[in-house]
Ligand binder design. Structure first.
Ligand SMILES: C[S@@+](CC[C@H](N)C(=O)[O-])C[C@H]1O[C@@H](n2cnc3c(N)ncnc32)[C@H](O)[C@@H]1O
Length: 226
């Protein structure tokens, strides 16, 4: 499974950013910005962005702190992130590694983030317990992920969009109908709201957990405080 996910992201890495902009009408930028604001990093915050992909979540955090590591297991996605970092004189360090076995000591980060990554990992519980392990006491995990809209009419329209229009556009721009069928299908099935918080509760011993609804429930931000 993880090899399938790795290969899939490798195959769409060059078109990933473009497709994010097209398919979300640019709204993903607002979602990232809000996620960053909710954990209010300061200039001393040490931050790990897990499943960093092409780096956009890490770059959004860099407005506040320059002490950032991005980690992903797909070298092709990291290569795009590094090229973007060079162009913008970013100091984010991008390294290859697995969200399920983070190469960091316990209690070594103030903030960990994962944007649209947690539904792609093989073991969600293990991924959350790894985030907990590397956070300092009082540190925060911010998880941005798709879910399902609450309103049934909106959900119906969104399901049509993700089932038919996304694969069609993905095929035109990224030559990958498979990836842009997989991505919305997993989003449509991923536990959200309190169902996700229940998973987080079973995975680690966070003190506070809350969620925020984005754009009628297409996506959610989860904040977990250690
Ligand atoms: C949808 S992309 C999200 C990229 C980026 N965070 C963003 O907000 O655009 C998902 C990323 O998760 C990465 N990924 C999936 N499972 C992983 C794992 N076990 N360890 C590290 N990265 C993983 C993929 O390689 C891919 O780059």
């Amino acid at each position: 499974m993880s090899q399938f996910v790795q290969n899939m992201f490798a195959s769409i890495s060059k078109k990933y950013d473009l497709l994010n902009d097209i398919l979300s009408f640019g709204i993903h930028k607002k979602w990232r910005r809000k996620s960053v604001q909710l954990v209010s990093p300061n200039s001393n915050s040490r931050l790990l962005d897990i499943a960093c992909g092409t780096g956009d979540f890490a770059f959004e955090f860099e407005r506040y702190t320059s002490n950032i590591v991005g980690i992903d297991f797909c070298e092709e996605m990291l290569e795009i992130a590094r090229q973007k970092a060079n162009k913008r004189n970013s100091r984010v360090q991008f390294i290859q590694g697995d969200a399920l076995n983070l190469p960091f000591e316990d209690a070594s980060f103030d903030i960990v983030s994962i944007g649209f990554g947690i539904r792609n990992v093989d073991d969600v519980n293990k991924s959350i317990s790894e985030m907990y392990r590397i956070l300092k006491p009082g540190g925060k995990a911010v998880i941005l992920e798709f879910g399902q809209p609450k309103n049934s009419l909106f959900r119906f329209v969104y399901n049509i969009y993700s089932k038919y229009i996304m694969p069609f556009i993905g095929n035109i721009f990224a030559r990958s109908k498979e990836a842009y069928t997989y991505l919305p299908t997993t989003a449509g099935a991923f536990p959200c709201r309190n169902d996700f918080l229940d998973i987080a509760r079973k995975s680690a011993n966070f003190n506070n957990m809350e969620y925020y609804t984005l754009t009628f429930g297409i996506a959610y931000i989860y904040i977990l405080e250690k």
